[in-house]
Design a protein around this ligand. Structure first.
Ligand code: NAP
Length: 349
């Protein structure tokens, strides 16, 4: 492609704004459109929202207006919603209109949910000659690229565990922290199969299914094993107040079961009390391969040393994979983009 890639951005939350700065700062990308949900942001220049120079691109809440800017690719970063399929109509509309999509809001491996969902996206891609890619850090990098890549050393492999432990006190958006993460709610209402456990089951199943498929592993079931912890005291965080006794930490955990034993365990632990005994000093991600060789890899984020900037390491590590993927997705043949994995462990037939 000659000239810069024409990029539009969909939503300017914590991750979206980080992506926006990444687009504005890169000479190989041209920002052509910006969609926002907030009435207060409609009509504002993208540079103003991103704390950058004026760009001449003005935020809209009109989907057709955004489509009319004819981007090569939309970077899509709205809040995930209950139900998980909430954003389908937008995604299908972009793809059918011939616009490639990179989203941080799910769609990492639609095949995880069966062939009907995969076909739905595939048909839209074929119709529009476009490509869909869902990516972030987790889902996105930790399981799909780091852990799977690591299994390339395994002579035997009995079990993989991946644990994420993130301090969520700096999450700025009350709607995200309280509604989507469930913090500050009644612990009894969050455990089990309600809307939030179902949302996260759908999202993280994509990591589990992708990893297992690449390793030739057929699981009998994916068994939930969640733990919801009440805050031990009143906590004030960026998003607001969490009273003692309401949800202060969530441990979403699933086991992909093979022959009655967990083969792959994925634990996503978010806490507003990182000083609790069970979380203090824990690494952000721990990948443990049990087999020959047995290996542990720990991944930790280091907060940026940027006076005057509010961007956190979690925002960088989510925006980065979406930005890095742009040229690959634009150049890919139509369809659902699946990141290549070289020679991972294969379960003996
Ligand atoms: N895979 C990963 O590793 C990973 C990591 C972190 C986050 N994520 C995902 O990335 C997405 C963005 O995260 P974030 O931290 O930026 O979230 P956020 O700060 O809560 O912002 C999301 C933005 O969504 C928009 N929004 C408002 N109301 C909405 C609605 N009813 N439906 C949909 N969107 C609405 C708003 O855009 P405007 O402000 O422009 O109006 C809001 O700022 C989320 O879906 C999150 O789950 C993925």
């Amino acid at each position: 492609m000659s000239g810069p890639i024409r990029v539009a951005l969909w939503a300017t939350g914590a991750v979206g704004k980080t992506i926006l700065r990444g687009i504005i700062d890169r000479p190989d990308l041209e920002l052509v459109g910006l969609y926002v949900y907030s009435d207060k942001k409609v009509g504002r220049d993208a540079g103003d929202i991103a704390r950058r120079e004026t760009t001449g691109v003005v935020a809209t809440r009109d989907r057709d207006e955004l489509l009319a800017t004819k981007p090569h690719v939309i970077l899509h970063a709205p809040r995930v919603q209950v139900p998980y399929e909430t954003h389908d109509d937008d995604l299908l509309t972009f793809l059918r209109a011939g616009i490639n999509v990179i989203t941080t809001s799910g769609q990492h491996f639609p095949r995880a949910h069966g062939s009907a969902r995969e076909q739905m996206f595939l048909e839209a891609c074929v119709q529009g000659n476009s490509t869909l890619f869902g990516v972030g850090v987790s889902p996105g990098i930790i399981g799909e690229r780091l852990a799977l890549g690591l299994t390339g050393v395994s002579m035997t492999l009995n079990q993989i565990t991946i644990e994420e432990v993130l301090d969520t006190r700096a999450m700025p958006d009350p709607d995200f922290a309280f509604t989507v993460m469930g913090m500050g709610s009644d612990p009894a209402r969050l455990d089990g199969s309600g809307p939030l456990p179902s949302l996260y089951a759908a999202l993280y199943l994509e990591t589990i299914a992708f990893m297992c498929e690449r390793m030739g592993v057929t699981y009998d079931e994916v068994r939930p094993d969640h733990r919801i912890l009440a805050a031990s005291r009143d906590i004030d965080v960026a998003a607001g107040h969490i009273p003692a006794g309401t949800v202060g930490s969530t441990e979403w955990r699933w086991h992909a079961m093979v022959d009655g034993k967990p083969f792959l365990t994925l634990a996503i632990i978010w806490t507003m009390e990182p000083d609790r005994e069970e979380y203090a000093g824990r690494d952000h991600w721990t990948i443990h391969l049990h087999g020959k060789p047995e290996m542990v890899v720990r991944v930790n984020l280091i907060e940026p040393d940027e006076p005057g900037s509010r961007t956190t390491a979690v925002q960088y590590v989510t925006a980065g994979p979406a930005l890095r993927a742009i040229s690959f997705v634009v150049d890919a043949p139509p369809g659902i983009f699946e990141p290549p994995v070289f020679a991972p462990f294969r379960m003996p037939a």
